[in-house]
Ligand binder design. Sequence first.
Ligand SMILES: [Zn+2]
Length: 284
Amino acid sequence: MASLSQASGKDKAKQLRQRIDASVDSLAKAVDDVRASETFQRFLEVQARFHKYSWHNCFLICMQRPDATQVAGYRTWQKLGRQVCKGERGIMIFAPRPFKREVEHENGDTEKVEGIYFRAVHVFDVAQTDGEDLPTVDVPTIEAAADGLLASLERVCVNRGVKLDYGKLDGGRYGVSKRGTVEVDNSHPTGQQAKTLAHELAHEALHWEDKGPFTRSLAELEAESVAYVVCLHFGLDTEVRSSRYIALWDGDSKALRASLERIANTARDIIDDVEALGARKAVA
Ligand SMILES: [Zn+2]
């Protein structure tokens, strides 16, 4: 009898894995579709015009205008169809300027010298400008209710010794993982909260310093994919939000497939926990 139940357990695990692989495949396709869309391409073109500032300049921007979100020079804003509003004071940063100079030595020889000097320039935050809207990629909040799934994921938290705090988060954040504690913004519908909680549980399981090197982009891709797989398994489809979120974090189908094992194993563990703790069944 033991071998029979072992065999059926193995079958069940195999079926679950096939189902997870199929979910990741369909998410990968959706992410590539987002990336190929005209809106996303236009968004990338505009983003490319925003300079990546050095940490020193980021510090200067932050000191002078802590709420700055998108910063560019006067002329860049004009090229983007926006004007700096009258009376706005610029944010001072230092722009590197390469120079070449000929130096004459006492013996009459000349030498070409190259270097960089820094010049103070002024940039402006988007809030100081007016004009055409910048293209954005909308990452819609999940409007569906999923009270049962949310309650199940709460039990998974308790079972894993992860403290869960609900509240209103700032800075447009929906959730945060703090190793041992996760916070979820509960001003959204319960479907969104369930998706957020699954996402933060994935960060808890995968993304702490001792769990290997990874970039923020990769961590977001993995956590969102896990959340998508878990939610879909229990009948909550988060594809529109999840695919755009992953595309905005620079993910694509190749990166998703490269992380398949980590995504599949983490999603399986959460699904197993939900089913063991709450007898919640997958939606066929
Ligand atoms: Zn995240």
